[in-house]
Design a protein around this ligand. Structure first.
Ligand code: ADP
Length: 626
């Protein structure tokens, strides 16, 4: 029936690129075109009269029969691949994806179906490829967006899931927007300008930009943008690959910061290889203090900058650090600068690893000032200790003085005080007029003893004054004879029986400019000692001589003398020779005399022999200079 216009039909059949297959209601192949022959690998003769099943993989046969019958019943045109993938079976047994459009028709009361078949293997392959690429893009660790450069404002047409996770924006907020929304108001970034210019020129570019997530938080976005050009050389798209490099950036900043600390530190920092000990690096502080440049240092080892005597110690320390698990060693050493000068240092040495190499890092503190300070401190401590020692010995002396004074008071005051007491008691008993002589005698005793006690007190106060430097000398012009007279007069009162003082001759014209009271005190002391330490009936000689500048006075007695071993102590305060212990005295007098005479620019000395006598000589300037 459809062979009626056979020629037109044949032309139609052979010219269409689709495979055309006609089957009757029993699924028997009635017609196939050339495209079908090629598609399935059969010749027309082989197919005609065969069941349609030869072109369908066997797994589909049962279902296919069911659908075919239903289709014939409905009698409607239908596309088979709409609901599921369908496949054809080639003669060689291979299966390939197809799309089939079925058209039922009747001819001569018989139902037929014309199937238009297209081999969609290639289309499927392309689809698969595209899907793979999309999956690849989606599983990429970097955020990826693709823009349409042909549309105004270069909007985003694709983004992967990483980009969304990275930025937090919704699909609508991303799609069809220019990617600059990521920088929000922070558009004034230098690298952004560079990026825009490159895109205008259709070039690729890399920039690290401050970008902002949906929640407003900032992150450093390392963006690599490259253009996609079509066959005619037009840029059709841009692909932007983005990575959050915030942590890297922070680490980089920290590294830079540490590097600048390393370089700017005023301490010396050296890095040297643990095997060869060769310097690898040295900061600015090190180069400045040691005087070598980094280039020079790189040819040297720490041994070249330590003074030779510390070499052994240094090597030993390094060995210790290498062998044990100690992390760090501190020690003091001496460094030598390029100019030869040396300085004390404190070294903090620790082992470390740099680019898989074992190295040592040495931090050096120049401790010159600390050392100076320590020495200064030591001196100060020494000085203070000395001062304290002196203060302590002064304190001790003062204590001794007090003790001596107390024993002196108890010893020397007792006798005169009891004499005064006795005289007072007796005075009360002598009430008659004829007792006047006796009363006078006791009054004199009392007066003498009081005078005596007063002298002791005066002596003691003199010592105090001399000791503390509080003596104020009063200089006047006076006749020497006046002082001698008064001293001799006083001394005469103490003479023992038969004793006499031989008065010096030719002294009337001699004058002095001195402290009159002190000269008299000195003279009285010497005369009184001569009397005290000489037996009855002996004479005491007083010699006076004056030259152009000095006056010399000698007091010579024929007394007990001073034992040889005591002589060197005779001017010491409270010292008394062993041969005078039965005689009253304090041991203060000569000490006072010596101090005064020396204060006045003079001197005192003596000659003595035990049991023979002593001569005390004083010399002092005629005119005081003070
Ligand atoms: P004092 O006479 O009170 O003991 P001094 O200081 O005057 O103290 O004398 C110190 C000591 O020197 C005396 O104790 C005595 O031992 C000795 N001395 C001083 N003068 C003489 C002298 N002329 N003859 C012998 N010994 C003397």
């Amino acid at each position: 029936m459809f062979h009626q216009d056979q020629e037109i039909f044949n032309i139609l059949l052979e010219t269409v690129s689709l495979g055309v297959v006609i089957v009757d209601s029993d699924q028997v192949l009635k017609e196939v075109n050339a495209a079908s022959e090629t598609m399935f690998g059969y010749s027309k003769q082989e197919l005609l009269g065969q069941s349609l099943n030869v072109l369908i993989p066997s797994t589909y046969h049962p279902n296919h029969s069911k659908y075919f019958d239903q289709f014939i019943k409905e009698g409607k045109r239908r596309k088979m691949s709409e609901s599921a993938d369908i496949f054809g079976l080639k003669k060689n047994g291979s299966i390939f994806p197809v799309e089939i459009e079925l058209n039922p028709f009747t001819s001569g009361n018989k139902s037929y179906v014309i199937a238009l078949i297209s081999d969609i293997s290639e289309k499927k392959e392309v689809e698969k490829n595209l899907m793979l690429r999309t999956q690849a893009l989606d599983s990429a660790k970097s955020g990826i967006v693709i823009t349409d450069a042909l549309k105004p404002d270069n909007p985003i047409i694709y983004f992967n899931s990483t980009f969304q996770t990275l930025t937090g924006y919704s699909d609508d907020e991303i799609l069809n927007h220019n990617i600059k929304f990521l920088q929000r108001k922070d558009q004034n970034q230098k690298p952004l300008q560079k990026l825009k210019e490159a895109m205008l020129m259709g070039e690729s570019c890399q920039a690290t930009l401050r970008s902002y997530r949906k929640d407003g938080s900032m992150f450093w976005n390392d963006m690599y943008v490259f253009p996609i050009t079509n066959s005619r050389g037009y840029v059709t798209n841009f692909v932007a690959i983005q990575n959050d490099v915030t942590l890297k950036k922070i680490a980089e900043e920290e590294r830079l910061h540490l590097a600048s600390i390393f370089d700017e530190s005023l301490n010396e920092i050296y890095v040297f290889e643990s095997k060869t000990l060769k310097f690898i690096n040295a900061n600015y502080g090190a180069q400045k203090n040691i005087g070598y440049t980094l280039e020079e240092l790189k040819t040297m080892t720490p041994l070249n900058i330590t003074s030779p005597e510390t070499e052994a110690k240094f090597k030993n320390t390094i060995q210790q650090l290498l062998k044990t698990h100690i992390e760090k060693i501190e020690f003091e050493s001496v460094h030598q600068r390029k100019d030869g000068s040396k300085y004390p240092v404190e070294v903090h040495l620790q082992s470390s690893v740099l680019n898989d190499k074992n190295v040592f890092v040495a931090i050096i503190l120049d401790i010159t000032e600390r050392k100076n300070y320590t020495t200064e401190l030591e001196h100060k401590v020494e000085e203070r200790t000395q001062q304290l020692k002196q203060a302590l010995s002064k304190e001790k002396e003062l204590n001794e003085l007090k003790t001596s004074f107390l024993s002196l008071v108890s010893h020397e005051f007792k006798t005169p005080l009891s004499a005064i007491l006795t005289s007072c008691e007796l005075l009360g008993k002598y009430q008659l007029e004829e007792h006047q002589d006796k009363r006078n005698k006791h009054i004199k005793t009392i007066k003498d003893k009081v005078h005596f006690l007063n002298n002791i007190l005066n002596d003691f106060l003199s010592v105090e004054k001399l000791e503390t430097g509080k003596v104020n000398y009063r200089f006047t012009d006076f006749k020497l004879s006046k002082v001698v007279n008064e001293a001799v007069y006083d001394a005469n009162m103490h003479l023992k029986e038969g004793q006499q003082i031989k008065y010096p001759e030719n002294i009337d014209d001699l004058s002095l400019y001195q402290d009159e009271k002190i000269i008299q005190l000195i003279l009285s002391n010497l005369l009184y000692n001569a009397i005290k330490y000489s037996p009855k009936g002996t004479s005491i000689d007083l010699y006076v001589h004056q030259d152009g500048s000095n006056t010399h006075i000698k007091v010579k007695d024929n007394g007990i003398g001073i034992p040889e071993k005591d002589q060197k102590h005779i001017f010491e305060r409270y010292f008394r020779a062993e041969n005078v212990l039965n005689t009253q005295g304090t041991g203060i007098g000569l000490n006072i005399v010596k101090n005064h005479i020396e204060n006045l620019g003079g001197s005192i000395c003596f000659e003595t022999q035990e049991h023979v006598g002593s001569t005390f000589s004083i010399t002092f300037p005629n005119a005081a200079e003070l």
